[in-house]
Design a protein around this ligand. Structure first.
Ligand SMILES: C[S@@+](CC[C@H](N)C(=O)[O-])C[C@H]1O[C@@H](n2cnc3c(N)ncnc32)[C@H](O)[C@@H]1O
Length: 347
């Protein structure tokens, strides 16, 4: 007896073909992003032919034509009767507008870039159990991660933080915030831009991230209010200093043995009544939920960050960590289908 659904061999074959199609679609998006094809189609408000597109970008026309037709087959691009191309609905935000919080094309570059490099290591690492940490990947990787999740920084700075009771007022009144695992400083910069008198401090163990954060802060002209420190979150000694602490895509990156200490340090760093905001993935607790849509990103992250040594915590593990660290009230909400926002308060 098995509780598996009744499916035909043909359905299973289609399932695999759909995955292979997804692989091609990711490459098509990465190529289109690298060559500026989506941006060029988006700018041509009256539509543009493949031949004109190739000419404009100085590309080989027969290749561009097949790229366009494939993009149409994958519902990313629309072609009309006269052969004029336009982006499919909403694809402008997702694939062509780098300033949109919904811009997601950089994920495809990561997938065909460093994720693919890592996946090539998997067979050997599965035998050896070796780890290739986030910090070992190097400066370009740190930069790419910061760019790839820049939409999350805007989401936190402009939507999630202001929606927590009292935080907008405190930051507007010159309050301060600590970002643990700040990476290249994207969140610090967005919070500082959104709150013109607040002060922001970031810490991270990744020296590449911290170096780039310093440069990004200076480039944004924010060095008077925003600073970063190369430090391990489990070793910082701030006490009753910050109105808020944030962690964006960091909790699942912390080695298991330091998770408790990092969260306890974050709690200690907060003033009484201060708030911690975590945006991260949550791994399903039940095997029946492994395929549920809301866990897609968590499942993907746990797999593509496996050899970095990362383990994505379940909801129960997140709650236990936060309570053990000294937070009194923990609230969770599902954000943009795939993410969890955890808000926790210090007494
Ligand atoms: C996915 S990145 C996110 C970076 C940044 N929060 C952002 O949103 O761009 C995770 C970050 O957590 C940092 N990290 C991991 N373990 C840490 C620790 N023990 N203390 C401080 N930072 C840590 C990594 O170095 C990395 O920069």
């Amino acid at each position: 007896m098995t509780d598996q659904p009744d499916v035909t061999p043909k359905q299973q074959l289609d399932l695999i073909w759909d995955y292979i199609k997804g692989f091609h679609a990711v490459h098509l998006i990465a190529i289109g992003t690298e060559l500026g094809l989506f941006e060029a189609i988006n700018k041509a408000t009256e539509g543009i032919t493949a031949a004109r597109l190739a000419h404009m970008l100085g590309l080989h026309a027969p290749y561009v034509e097949i790229w366009c037709k494939t993009g149409c087959a994958y519902s990313l691009i629309h072609i009309d009767e006269t052969g004029h191309l336009r982006l499919a609905p909403h694809m402008d935000q997702l694939l062509a507008d780098k300033d949109s919080p919904r811009y997601i094309a950089d994920y495809s570059l990561a997938a065909t870039g460093f994720y693919t490099d890592d996946f090539r290591r998997y067979p050997e690492f599965f035998k050896s159990g070796e780890v290739f940490t986030f910090q070992q990947h190097g400066p370009e990787f740190s930069a790419q991660i910061g760019t790839m999740i820049s939409g999350f920084h805007k989401l936190i700075a402009y939507k999630l933080l202001p929606s927590v009771d009292g935080v907008a007022e405190t930051l507007a009144a010159g309050g301060n915030i600590l970002d643990v695992g700040c990476g290249t400083g994207g969140l610090l910069i967005q919070v500082a831009l959104a709150n013109p008198t607040c002060r922001c401090v970031g810490i991270d163990v990744d020296k590449h991230g911290i170096e780039q954060a310093q440069a990004n802060i200076v480039a944004a002209g924010l060095e008077n209010r925003v600073s970063v420190v190369l430090a391990d979150g489990s070793e910082v000694a701030y006490e009753d200093e910050f109105d808020a602490v944030t962690m964006c895509e960091v909790l699942h990156e912390l080695p298991l043995e330091v998770r408790g200490e990092v969260l306890a340090g974050a709690c200690k760093a907060l003033k009484a009544g201060g708030v911690m905001l975590i945006l991260d993935e949550t791994y399903p607790s039940r095997s029946a939920d492994l395929a549920a849509r809301e866990y897609n990103l968590a499942i993907q992250t746990a797999f593509n960050e496996l050899i970095w040594g990362n383990i994505v915590p379940t909801a129960e593990e997140q709650d236990e960590l936060l309570h053990f660290a000294g937070f009194v009230r923990v609230e969770r909400s599902q954000i943009a289908t795939y993410l969890t926002a955890l808000t926790a308060w210090k007494l």
